[in-house]
Structures are given as C-alpha cells and as structure tokens.
Design a protein around this ligand. Structure first.
Ligand code: HEM
Length: 293
C-alpha cells in the first residue's frame, strides 16, 4: 500500500514559496482506474442503449404494453403533415416538434424516421443485435468496476474520509450553493457538500438503480429473481426507470464537465489522471494528512 503526503515545497525544497500552493496526493489509483472505467463504459452503454431504444421508442408504466393499454408516457416518432414528414416527441401527452434531432433526422434530402439520430447511436445504422452485445459487455464491466470501487474505497478509507456525509456538510450546504452560483471554488483536499451529494447520488443511487432495472429487464434474470420486476412496478416501469436514470446521468455528466472547466480543468484533470491536486494556500493550522492509495 502506497502512502503519500507531501507538499510541493517539501518535495522540492528549492521551489519558490511565492507560489505558496500545495500539491497533494488526492485520488488513489483505485479511484482513478475505476473512474475512467465507468466513464468509458457509460459512454458505450449510452450510445448502444439509444440504439436499443430506437427499436421501440416508447415508454410505458406498468407490467405490459400494447394496443389494449393506455399507459404510454413518452414516445418519439414521425408523422406526415402538410409541410412534409415531421419528427415529434410526446411527453405525458404533450407533443413537441423535434424534427432534425428526434423522430425524423439525417443529412438534407436523406432524412429517415428514427427516434435518436444516427450520430447518437452505436452502431450508427440500425443493428439491434450489435447494440445489445456492446450494451451487455459494458454493463458487466460497469458492474464489476462499481464492486471494485466499493471494496477499494472501503479498504483505503476513501469512502469514510471523502464521501461519507457529516453534520458539518449540512451546515456548509447554503454557503456551498452560494459559492457554486458565483462560480467561486475552494481547492481543498476534501470534497465540498454538493460534490459529496452528486458523487454519492451517482455511486449509491443512480448506478445501482441502473444495474437493478437492467437486470429486471433480462428474461434470464426474471427466472433467477422473479420478484425483482414486481418490486419495481412491472417490466415496463423498470424500463422507464432505466431510461430516466440515463437522462439523470447525462444531466450529471454535463454539470460535472462544466464544474471541472469552471474549477480549473488542468488541476482537476491532473488529479483524476495522476492523483496529484494543487490546493489553495494552506491556512496556518492546516497539517498534512496521510493518504493511502
Ligand atoms: C459518465 C461519465 C462520468 C461519471 C459518471 C463520473 C463520475 C464521477 C464521480 C462519481 C467522481 C467521484 C469519484 C470518487 O471520489 O470516488 C468523479 C470525479 C471526477 N471526475 Fe468524473 N465522471 C465522469 C466523466 C468524467 C470526465 C469525462 C472527466 C474529465 C473530463 C471527469 C473528471 C473528473 C474529475 C477531475 C474528478 C475529481 C473531482 C475532484 O476531485 O474534485 N469525469 N467523477
């Protein structure tokens, strides 16, 4: 086990004190490795998942779907209008014209009827079989990665030290919201409250829910865990939750990237690639803390 706690000036006594910032070892190799594994897995799962969704671009609530039911809550499609074919998206009975992106898209003059456009799916052409192979392959990588992250983070203390919520976090929350709104970032060893909430929400709510609803849709899992579908409100509800979690993860991803850019992308990227993070000048009473990889 590797244990590191050093400041830039400690590592390089000749370094100028005028910089007066500390380089600390913030992200263990397990955090970095699992982070990139789930980022890559989610990329392929998203694009192959949208291809799978295209095969039946509607979402329902309940156990079943079909002509006899009136339980559609979301649909993407195309229709003929006086102005020619148009793409639409229905959300809870409200119709939006989404021509060019959802429902009806493609190069000018070669548009076709497809829910998500070809640039947003893997493969770009219609191929349900390949999309399923890619989706399930990365689903197992993601699941294994999450288990590895959980075990490693418990053993090396990352979970307890960096992610577990404390009473202090609650007290700091209003100030944290104000700071984020003003794009004012503190570069400290600890995650701030909003970071803890966002990362905790992804790691303990969204990703597990994604995996459970995915398993609930698998016919072989229905035989092994027959109660799972009922617990989630039926197979169609499980599919709707799966899709909703995908939308939330995409939302998280966009905010995650915006925050990284706003907080200083070089420093942030260095920490999630090499582990080393540059903090703001330490307060007088700050002491170096031991970290283990
Ligand atoms: C779907 C994709 C992604 C997800 C779900 C995700 C999720 C997360 C989570 C949960 C953490 C906290 C990990 C921990 O403490 O154990 C984290 C940290 C981080 N991620 Fe991502 N991430 C994604 C993509 C990316 C990408 C593309 C970048 C870079 C451009 C990135 C940069 C970072 C950085 C710099 C941190 C550390 C933040 C900090 O120390 O303040 N992430 N990410």
């Amino acid at each position: 086990m590797e244990s590191v706690a050093r400041s830039q000036s400690a590592a390089d006594p000749g370094a100028s004190a005028s910089n007066d910032k500390t380089l600390i070892y913030r992200q263990s190799r397990w955090t970095r490795l699992t982070h990139w594994l789930w980022a890559i897995s989610l990329f392929f799962m998203l694009l192959s998942g949208l291809q799978i969704f295209n095969a039946r671009p509607q979402l329902y609530i309940g156990k079943e779907s079909g002509f006899d039911y009136n339980n559609t809550i979301f649909a993407i499609g195309a229709e003929n209008t006086n102005a020619g074919p148009r793409g639409y998206t229905d959300i809870f009975g409200h119709r939006f014209d989404t021509t060019g992106v959802l429902g009806w898209s493609g190069p000018a003059g070669q548009e076709t009827s497809r829910a998500f456009p070809s640039w947003a799916t893997i493969p770009s052409y219609y191929d349900l079989g390949t999309a399923r192979v890619i989706h399930f392959f990365f689903a197992w990588i993601l699941t294994t990665t999450l288990i590895v992250w959980f075990v490693a983070s418990t053993v090396n203390g990352h979970l307890r030290r960096d992610l577990a919520p404390r009473l202090d976090d609650l007290k700091r929350l209003p100030q944290d919201i104000v700071d984020h709104a003003k794009l004012k970032f503190h570069h400290t060893r600890e995650y701030n409250t909003l970071q803890k909430m966002a990362y905790g929400g992804v790691l303990f709510v969204l990703l597990p829910l994604m995996i459970i609803t995915g398993l609930a849709m698998s016919p072989s899992m229905n035989a092994v865990l027959p109660f799972l579908n009922d617990l989630l409100g039926g197979r169609q509800t499980a599919r709707t939750i799966h899709f909703t979690v995908m939308v939330l993860l995409v939302g998280f991803f966009i905010i995650h990237i915006l925050m990284i850019v706003a907080a200083g992308p070089i420093n942030e990227l260095r920490s999630i690639i090499t582990g080393w993070y540059r903090t703001d000048p330490p307060a007088q009473d700050d002491k170096p803390v031991e970290r283990s990889a």
